[in-house]
Design a binder for this molecule. Structure first.
Ligand SMILES: [Zn+2]
Length: 123
């Protein structure tokens, strides 16, 4: 979420992250650390022209089930195209959420828990 937009406050972003995590705790790790992608199929040839071709790699996240297809050039070895297929509820509508947002939310929780422990110890 872009809270450098003056209309969107940090508190608002944190409340949106909180709501998202409560609705979809299964996506929290991927949102903070990225997907745990692993190949699901052997690599295979996509488009071919003469001796050149594209190599396709199908991957799936072990954590959330997001699927990804990467397409590489046999000539340059560069990634040409990447496409994702997300599980229901993973994507947000009308906003984005960065890893920084998720880290910030976790930091807020950590600080609140630590403050509660210190307060209990002081009592
Ligand atoms: Zn994932």
């Amino acid at each position: 979420m872009a809270y450098n937009d003056s209309a969107v406050t940090y508190e608002f972003v944190m409340s949106m992250v909180e709501a998202y995590v409560l609705d979809h705790p299964e996506f929290q790790m991927c949102r903070e650390f990225g997907h745990a992608m692993r190949p699901t199929h052997r690599d295979y040839i996509g488009k071919a022209s003469g001796s050149a071709f594209t190599l396709l790699k199908k991957l799936k996240c072990r954590s959330c089930g997001t699927k990804r297809i990467d397409e590489y050039s046999s000539v340059t070895r560069d990634l040409i195209r990447r496409a994702y297929e997300y599980p229901d509820g993973y994507l947000l509508v009308g906003m984005t959420m960065s890893r920084h947002d998720m880290r910030s939310w976790n930091m807020e929780r950590f600080l609140a828990e630590r403050a509660a422990v210190e307060e209990a110890e002081a009592a």
